[in-house]
Design a protein around this ligand. Sequence first.
Ligand code: ADP
Ligand code: MG
Length: 377
Amino acid sequence: MDEQNKEIQRLQALKEIAELLNEATDLQTMLEKVLHTLLKEMKLQTGWVFFIDKNGEHRMLVDEKLPPALTLEEKKPMCEGSCWCINRFVDGRLHKATNIIECKRIEDAIEYEWGDTEHVTHHATIPLRAGEEQFGLLNVAAPHKTHFIEEELALLEAIAYQIGTTIQRIRLVEKERKYVVVAERNRLARDLHDSVKQLLFSIMLTARGTLDMTQDEELQHMLAYIGELSQEALNEMTLLIWQLRPEGLEKGLAEAIRNYAKLLSIDVCIQIEGVLSLTSELEEVVWRISQEALHNCKKHAKCEQVFIQLKRKDAFLSIQIEDNGIGFVKEKIRDSALGLKNMKERIELMNGTFCIHTELGKGTKLEMVVPTGKGEG
Ligand SMILES: Nc1ncnc2c1ncn2[C@@H]1O[C@H](COP(=O)(O)OP(=O)(O)O)[C@@H](O)[C@H]1O
Ligand SMILES: [Mg+2]
């Protein structure tokens, strides 16, 4: 009877978690909910999930009811240093749910008296993976619990496997979404190029052609004006299309920036130090920022020369964009201006820093530093 009860409980836990996983669309929320349900169903107290990247760097994505000793200083004990379970995961020696006899983090907490461990001394650790792909670890513990029996480990493993598959699914959907956005942009760029741009070109040619057919001066002025306007619209359109689909980005960032500067008739000097090989996300950020900066140089700086330096050092990329133009007063920028704000936002989203140095008559220099390493690959 007891055995039967246990089995029912096990199936109940699996069912509830399977339902949660099935509905999940957001990684963080999914992990929070699953961890909560798992602890409740298995009558455990605390748990946490580490994501571990290819360099062995770990990041705690979610945690529930960690004892005070492990949450001190914004969960510092969980974020720093290495431990047995992470090392084993990185070495490729952790294939299944395992009892961790000595948790280094808890041992340290006791040794250095970081606070109450609430009698949590041991934990089980279970790799999160799907097929060949490894994501990280699920760790769970309870007060006075020094050993997880085979059945508990088997259940944890079954759940962890489902979580792994869901992580993989969510990631694929995210990738797919990004791909759809790029495909849509490309389509729009192509359409604009083929239809609107060609039409504008025809208007411009027609206006110029008709100009020679009349002696009426007023009409000549009007036609010349139409010609100028359509030329302007054509230039704007070319830039727009470029923004949608950067030409030459596949040949490298420097090439794309050079081409764009040429389009704006700006003399640009690009200096690259270190091997760039950036993630496509960071490459896009650098590209968009360079684009806006070059635009500002053209529109505001009234300068002849722009100097761009991209320097990769260790896990950081530093970006400097300097012009010898008229400079500006930062306090006087109108609130509605978005260019510089967007740049700052883009950089900060990548955990980087953004700095403007400018002085009237002395030009402007944008300085940015961004980490190149991405959390999980
Ligand atoms: N390189 C630059 N040289 C001189 N002034 C600049 C430069 N970049 C930006 N500015 C000034 O900062 C303001 C805000 O720029 P930005 O946020 O890009 O908005 P926008 O270009 O739409 O005006 C500009 O209007 C301009 O006065
Ligand atoms: Mg601008």
